[in-house]
Design a protein around this ligand. Sequence first.
Ligand SMILES: [Zn+2]
Length: 142
Amino acid sequence: MTTIETENIECPSCKVEQHVDVYQAINAMENSELVQWLFNGDINIFKCNECGHEAHIQLPLLFNDYRVGVKIQYFPEQWLADNSEGVCNDYLGMLAKMGKFRDDFQSNKLEDLLVVFSMDVTISQIKFRTQFFDMANSGMND
Ligand SMILES: [Zn+2]
């Protein structure tokens, strides 16, 4: 499921607070257009209405692609620095739900949940795993 939450975010530049829609989870099968936005760096970007400052929003993002069997949890690197215990507890909670993900996915191709701390790595992992899945599958059909 794709989920969006409205957050109160303070502009890092002019300190004016504003409501921003933040993606918490992206389901690639439900909303394939969001994958392209993510690749373009247009997901969870803060654009200040007051001063025009732009910044990546430092909040976690969960990416699911049930077709390929990719599940990636992004945490901002700062979260790991500030609260590594909280990150580990979140990870434990996600592992507990992996059984449900496997049932939904209905395949044995699923890689384990991947936790990353960089948006660039998130994007390159999605590209790599999608490409690999498509190549492996077309190979099997020959
Ligand atoms: Zn601002």
